[in-house]
Design a protein around this ligand. Structure first.
Ligand code: ADP
Length: 444
């Protein structure tokens, strides 16, 4: 009967086609059921939707519906609309491929996958995820049921991590042990998750993956136990060595034997260095075993910094350490451990800068956090090394650093301590000019 101009463009209908029987009209659409569909629409008034491909690779969504005239409410024919969905089909096809690839990757790594709708609290675990928690594929595993399988000491860690990710946008990347529901087996897993935000930037979905890391974790636990045992054993003889040195020093002082006093003082320094190194290892193994607890108390940051500077200044002959004046700032944290971080930053500033250089410590308030910095005029750090500095055992290999001893643990431990306090560590540095190491802590 008639067609709109769009149809001419889309499916090659011609003016001369008007009035001809449909069976005689050829278009570029392979719409074999058109007559059948129209008959059905005329007969029962239904609406038929089909997706059809053209000869030249385009896709149309074709809808056949009754043509009802307002006046008599009678079905006078059929309207057929052609909607170009080529782009949509292309995207769908690409999505299918990437979904298939993702599925293959997920299967090959034996990852469990989950999905939580934050509005409806609907929890969708994959079959593999259920298996990691010891559930059968046909079991209905709720979020609460999954959490209940986590070893109880770790449950607060997991719920806190989810909370921190949802409310503060923090990275969700944690390791924890769980016990299988049916098999009762202990498994260590690593969960990595992500929040998908809605239009108002509020968390809408929580999705992520879960990996079985039991074998790796058992190796790590054995290694940590070994390190912690060896460090303990090494500390005992060092303590008695220290005792003997003190005894000999007091004897040498009595007899005015200055030569021995000087040499014993050097021996004392070396023993202290070795004790610090061993303590570093011991701390790492404790941290990794989760055995370090924070003893949090309210304290004044400037008082702590003052104390540390007073303590360290007599032992540092060749650098000029200055504490810049700042306002009183109170924090609730583990005072000793924060002191350990400041000491690490300070001893690095001394270690990695030339004699006679200045080192500045300062402390200021930044919004709802307090920021402490240690600035040196040392060798500086290349950009590519800066992000790895806080990794375990990471040391920069260069001609300048090869004579400086260390195990690459100080900054790793510092970062661990600050992160447990919900704070942040970072560095700003320029090669040849110097570095400033920072940490921030939430204000009380
Ligand atoms: P360690 O000093 O025992 O090697 P750290 O974890 O304290 O271990 O430091 C890691 C690395 O970071 C060091 O090996 C050093 O290369 C670099 N580094 C740390 N502090 C500074 C600094 N103030 N200036 C330049 N380089 C630094």
């Amino acid at each position: 009967m008639r067609f709109s101009p769009g149809t001419v463009k889309q499916i090659n209908l011609l003016e001369t086609d008007i009035g001809r029987p449909l069976s005689n009209i050829s278009t570029n659409i392979k719409f074999e059921t058109i007559i059948e569909d129209i008959k059905k629409v005329l007969a029962d008034g239904s609406i038929i939707t089909k997706e059809i491909e053209t000869n030249n690779g385009k896709w149309y969504q074709i809808m056949t519906m009754p043509y009802v005239q307002q006046a008599d409410h009678k079905n006078n024919g059929a309207i057929i609309t052609f909607n170009d969905i080529t782009e949509l089909k292309k995207i769908q096809h690409e999505l299918n491929i990437s979904n298939k690839m993702l599925g293959m990757a997920v299967e090959s790594t034996e990852m469990g996958v989950w999905f939580v709708d934050m509005k409806t609290h609907e929890f969708n675990p994959s079959v593999r995820l259920k298996a990691l928690f010891g559930f059968y594929p046909e079991d209905d595993m709720t979020y609460e049921a999954a959490v209940a399988q986590i070893v109880s000491e770790y449950q607060p860690l997991v719920t806190k991590a989810v909370d921190a990710a949802a409310n503060f946008g923090e990275k969700y990347d944690i390791e924890y042990p769980l016990r299988g529901f049916h098999d009762g087996k202990l498994r260590w897993v690593k969960g990595i998750g992500n929040f998908v935000l809605d239009n108002e930037d509020k968390p809408r979905y929580f999705t992520g993956v879960l990996l079985d890391i039991t074998v790796h974790k058992q190796d790590e636990i054995r290694k940590n136990d070994f390190i912690s045992m060896v460090s303990h054993e090494l500390r005992t003889p060092l303590t008695s060595l220290q005792g003997y040195i003190q005894l000999l020093t007091s004897n040498a002082k009595k007899t005015d034997d200055t030569f021995s006093v000087i040499k014993l003082d050097k021996a004392h320094t070396q023993v202290k260095k070795m004790t610090a190194l061993i303590n570093g290892f011991l701390n790492v193994s404790r941290f990794e075993a989760g055995k370090i607890y924070l003893n949090e108390q309210e304290f004044e940051m400037n008082d702590l910094l003052n104390e540390i500077v007073k303590e360290i200044t007599p032992t540092i002959a060749n650098h000029n350490i200055v504490l810049l004046p700042g306002p009183p700032l109170s924090v609730k944290a583990d005072r000793d451990k924060i002191g350990q971080v400041v000491n690490n930053y300070l001893s690095n500033a001394v270690k990695y800068s030339a004699q006679g250089k200045n080192i500045e410590i300062s402390c200021k308030k930044l919004n709802s956090a307090i920021e402490v910095s240690v600035k040196d005029e040392g060798m500086g750090i290349k950009l590519q090394d800066q992000e790895k500095l806080f990794d375990r055992y990471y040391r920069i290999e260069s001609i300048d650093t090869q004579t400086i001893s260390g195990f690459g643990l100080g900054l790793y431990l510092s970062a661990e301590i600050i992160q447990r306090h919900r704070g942040k560590v970072w560095v700003e540095s320029e090669v040849g000019k110097g570095s400033t190491f920072y940490f921030s802590l939430p204000l009380s």
